[in-house]
Design a protein around this ligand. Structure first.
Ligand code: FES
Length: 199
């Protein structure tokens, strides 16, 4: 019996393949959605995409309506398997990886505050500050030789990956960053950590 693991209601594409009596050795099973199990049955692997992954990651994805984010100030979305948060703050849109670069905290639940004139999301877990515009981690430094001096705000560099937001005809689109540098937030945007739990 042929099985489609996506539980398609009608005859699966695999059934059509069988009716056309395509010999198994003519199907390229490498990197395919189709695999042969130990009991000689054909299965489809829902985790394998047939799309060109590079092409997929370049496309922008509609994540919602401008009216909605203007009311709530933020929204979350999954863009090509990557979880992002989109903020609407002071008339501008900002998108970034949803999990904090420090330890995976849920940035969509943080407060936005200004530090040194820069708008930042404050992670609800350990209060790290991340600039909305650039994804820099900010911290305050004190000169140990002059502890009475006012602490200075400094940047740790780009820590949270920022994505591009565009608005077209009232729809909001997110395009994932194509920057090739390694960003700390990548760790929590991929692999076992990529699905955020409701908190
Ligand atoms: S997880 Fe965000 S500050 Fe620690």
């Amino acid at each position: 019996m042929l099985i489609c693991s996506r539980n398609c209601p009608g005859p699966s594409s695999l059934s059509i393949l069988a009716l056309q009596v395509i010999p198994l050795n003519s199907i390229n099973l490498e990197n395919s959605q189709i695999y042969l199990s130990s009991d000689s049955q054909l299965h489809m692997d829902p985790n394998v995409s047939v799309q060109n992954p590079e092409k997929k990651e370049q496309s922008s994805v509609c994540v919602g309506r401008e009216d909605d984010i203007k009311k709530s100030g933020r929204m979350t979305a999954v863009v090509h398997d990557r979880e992002v948060v989109i903020f609407y703050h002071k008339g501008e849109y900002h998108a970034m990886d949803i999990r904090c670069y420090h330890s995976g905290g849920p940035l969509h639940l943080g407060e936005i505050e200004d530090f040194d004139g820069r708008s930042c999301i404050v992670c609800p877990w350990h209060k790290y500050k991340i600039t909305l515009a650039t994804g820099e981690g900010l911290y305050q430094s004190i000169n140990p030789k002059d502890p009475s001096a006012k602490p200075k705000w400094c940047s740790k560099g780009l820590k949270q990956r920022i994505h591009t937001v565009t608005v077209d005809n009232g729809n909001i689109y997110v395009t994932l960053s194509k920057e090739t540098f390694k960003c700390d937030s990548d760790f929590y945007a991929t692999g076992d950590f990529k699905v955020i739990q409701s908190s």
